[in-house]
Ligand binder design. Structure first.
Ligand code: BG6
Length: 487
């Protein structure tokens, strides 16, 4: 049998977990349907729960979208399962046997979709069984976030990995960066000339980055309560990545190091929090009822909502606030970037049907709406000179176009060895450097987080970080159709 150059085995640790079932296996299935997996690619699920091969295939089938029986059956034929304790040497010997049994098994991807405490034990097990040595092919390891739970633990983890793997073998995944709408930020900024002259402190008043969810901690309360909190779970990774893409300088090329060099410069430029300013620069809160979720520690201070005000202290952005917020069980599921421009120096039209000028906003929907929208003032038809705000908006996709899921794109990148959308260690470190002072400040604060009602936009106090009565969170893409209407 001749092996395709892209032949490989995909080994998923934590295969019975939520991420593997909800995202990884469906993404691999999609790649299979699109003909993007070489015919000899095999996929091994590993976990403690025992499954026979047949039971495992049945289990996976239930989590895949409806499809024609042909592709479904041929995908299921790729799947195997290995039961074992990930701490036991015997497990890695069995894994070695499974890998060796494949005729085209020189290249292997190990995907760690497990609790972070297991990253090092798994790496040690793989090394001791000789499974990370790149003798005849490549061996790559994908590591899910969180990479550490603070700066020091990220350093410790990196140290342990460095002892056993080359940096080129490590793929630190941040699925948010794999979203098409997030990658579109790069295209909007660097494939167009109209934004660049305005994209700086002279024209931009503030930038808001929102990731709002309606779901709660959904079956992962005990994990979230111990390792998460909105700041660690979303801001340290996903939202700081969005900020970096928005604020970075043009990269020399789209090559991995070039992109990551520019992102890391932004993260390094973020002004460190001055601890006495914690209350004016950050809000943390919990949704009502969080404490009653099964798995949440009594009296937990873990925040399910966080909002931070950050400044990127460089030539382009000095003194422009970047507001980042995220929360669970909020009013809507919506992720977007909202850029508010400065107002004209003289308000020629003030009093002309409006009490205050409308600022221009550029809105970039990340999900569920993948749109780009520019709000500008225009004359209301009629004899009087009255103005109103109109919106020029465009949906990014055309009807019928398929949007790839973030994991599809990223899993394909791992196969192709393209690390541009994966995080480099210095990026992760710089991101912990940004959020650690907020986390420490809150840890020292004995007061419980604020509470917000389920289905709201979070605590009222979240507006306080604007420090100006006429500045507030942009909640929606569309404003009410009245002058000064709510947005
Ligand atoms: C994950 C977080 O990384 O991202 C989850 O751990 C969050 O808490 C999720 O719900 C949000 O991503 P998406 O793609 O579902 O919007």
């Amino acid at each position: 049998m001749s092996c395709a150059t892209e032949s490989h085995a995909y080994v998923i640790f934590g295969a019975t977990g939520n991420l593997a079932m909800a995202k990884l296996l469906p993404a691999l299935f999609q790649l299979h349907c699109l003909g993007r997996l070489a015919p000899d690619v095999r996929i091994l699920g590993c976990g403690r729960t025992p499954f026979t091969q047949e039971a495992w295939r049945r289990e996976v089938r239930e989590h895949l979208p409806a499809s024609d029986p042909g592709p479904l059956e041929s995908f299921l034929q790729r799947l195997d399962y290995l039961t074992g304790r990930l701490e036991d040497a015997a497990f890695y010997q069995a894994l070695d046997v499974w890998i060796g049994a494949g005729e085209c098994a020189n290249n292997v991807i190990f995907y760690l979709s497990v609790s972070p405490e297991l990253y090092v034990p798994i790496t040690v097990g793989l090394v001791e069984a000789g499974l990370l040595a790149e003798r005849t092919g490549w061996r790559r390891m994908v590591i899910e976030k969180p990479f550490g739970h603070d700066l020091q633990s990220a350093r410790d983890l990196q140290h342990e990995l460095n002892l056993r793997l080359k940096e080129e073998q490590i793929y630190r995944i941040d699925h948010y960066v794999g979203k098409e709408s997030v990658q579109n930020l790069l295209v909007l900024r660097f494939a167009n000339m109209i934004l660049e002259p305005l994209w700086n402190r002279h024209y931009i008043d503030q930038v808001q980055i929102t990731h709002a969810e309606t779901i709660g901690v959904n079956g992962r309360a005990s994990y979230y309560d111990r390792h998460g909190g909105a700041t660690r779970d979303m801001i340290q990774s996903h939202l700081l990545q969005v900020l970096a893409l928005l604020a970075m300088e043009p990269p020399v090329s789209l090559e991995a190091e070039s992109l990551r060099d520019e992102k890391v410069k932004v993260l390094h430029s973020i002004r460190p929090l001055d601890p006495p300013q914690l209350a004016s620069h950050a809000v943390r809160a919990q949704y009502a009822g969080y404490q009653q979720e099964a798995g949440v520690a009594a009296g937990s201070h873990t925040e399910t909502y966080a909002a931070l005000k950050l400044y990127v202290d460089n030539w382009r952005w000095h003194d422009v606030p970047f507001y980042l917020r995220t929360g669970k069980r909020l009013k809507e599921r919506r992720s977007m970037v909202a850029v508010r421009f400065r107002e004209p120096p003289i308000q020629l039209f003030q009093g002309a049907g409006v009490s205050a000028a409308y600022p221009n906003w550029l809105l970039i929907g990340i999900q569920p709406d993948d749109v780009v929208q520019m709000e500008i003032s225009a004359k209301v038809p009629g004899e009087e000179t009255r103005t109103r705000q109109i919106s020029m908006d465009a949906s990014v996709g055309n009807p019928g176009e398929r949007k790839a899921e973030a994991y599809e794109a990223l899993l394909m990148d791992v196969i192709q060895g393209d690390r541009s959308l994966f995080l480099r260690y210095d990026e992760v470190k710089a991101a912990w450097n940004v959020v650690d002072p907020f986390m420490h400040g809150w840890a020292d604060d004995e007061r419980p987080p604020l509470q917000y009602p389920v289905g709201s936009w979070g605590p009222k106090a979240a507006d306080q970080i604007f420090g100006q009565a006429d500045r507030e969170w942009r909640q929606t893409l569309r404003c009410d159709d009245k002058p000064g209407g709510k947005c």
